[in-house]
Design a protein around this ligand. Structure first.
Ligand code: FPP
Length: 245
């Protein structure tokens, strides 16, 4: 784990407030070395902690980590079983480290299918860290952007059927209150290492105006310096949100 970090000197208004991180490339990293894919995931654990530390070094208050998608159930039964257990064990092992650093952990995702033991660990980490204020780590487990939007729409329809809401009450400003984590701010910087250039269904609603930075490094090799480089790249971007300067 990286202890001494020297973040770039970027004025606060040019730093992202919310980074979405796709922890991608673990399987490929392992395969390139003739190892089991699970060995790559194991390497990812320390890298995730490094990313939390890197965000703290830059005073970035929100980090969302894509740890298991609603589509990842399509992987082999063995890998799915490993990933469920791994997500649970990472939390068991690291929740105290996160707590000691003042990190608030929040789970974002869908309940059905998620292993009960994983849910229990997520809830335990949430409870332990609920009063922390240094930064928020959204652990996205059994998360899918489309699933989240559909679940929100279903909730709205149920409310409408009960006569509690009218169609015109729903706006772009308040729709987020029907999403998995209503307190989550929009994503500023969407980071995907591994060379792939796609969102893979991560934080679709929240990333409408995110700056995308794709880096050519597999997640187990990803370092705080790579995150700093991405933030420097972000700082140079001209964010117009559809308007002009
Ligand atoms: C999306 O790509 C990537 C993810 C959902 C990340 C999965 C991450 C892990 C399994 C590792 C978790 C690590 C820790 C430390 C908890 P995809 O491969 O699902 O999508 P694609 O098929 O479009 O590339």
């Amino acid at each position: 784990m990286t202890e001494e970090l020297t973040p770039p000197n970027i004025p606060v208004e040019f730093r992202p407030r919310h980074i979405a991180l796709v922890m991608d490339g673990n399987g490929r990293w392992a395969e390139q070395r003739g190892l089991k894919r699970t060995e790559g995931h194991k390497r990812g654990e320390a890298v995730l902690l490094d990313m939390v530390a890197a965000c703290q070094a830059l005073d970035i208050p929100y980090l969302s980590a894509y740890a298991f998608s609603t589509e990842n159930w399509r992987r082999s039964a063995d890998e799915v079983r490993f990933l469920m257990g791994f997500n649970r064990d990472v939390l068991t092992r690291q929740k105290m480290w996160l707590h000691e650093r003042g990190v608030k952990v929040r789970w974002v995702g869908r309940r059905p299918r998620l292993w009960r033991s994983v849910l229990r660990e997520l809830e335990s980490a949430e409870e332990l860290t609920k009063n922390n204020t240094s930064m928020t780590l959204f652990m996205c487990v059994n998360y899918g952007g489309r699933a989240e939007i559909i679940d929100g729409v279903r909730e709205i329809v149920r409310k409408a059927q009960r006569g509690e809401i009218r169609p015109d009450d729903i706006t772009e400003k308040n729709f987020h209150t029907f999403l998995d984590e209503p307190t989550m701010p929009d994503v500023d910087l969407f980071l995907r290492p591994s060379g792939e250039k796609r969102t893979s269904n991560f934080l679709l609603w929240q990333s409408a105006y995110a700056e995308m930075v794709y880096q050519n490094k597999l997640f187990p090799d990803y370092t705080p310096q790579d995150l700093f480089d991405a933030v420097e790249e972000y700082a140079k971007r001209d964010r117009r949100f559809g308007g002009t300067k």
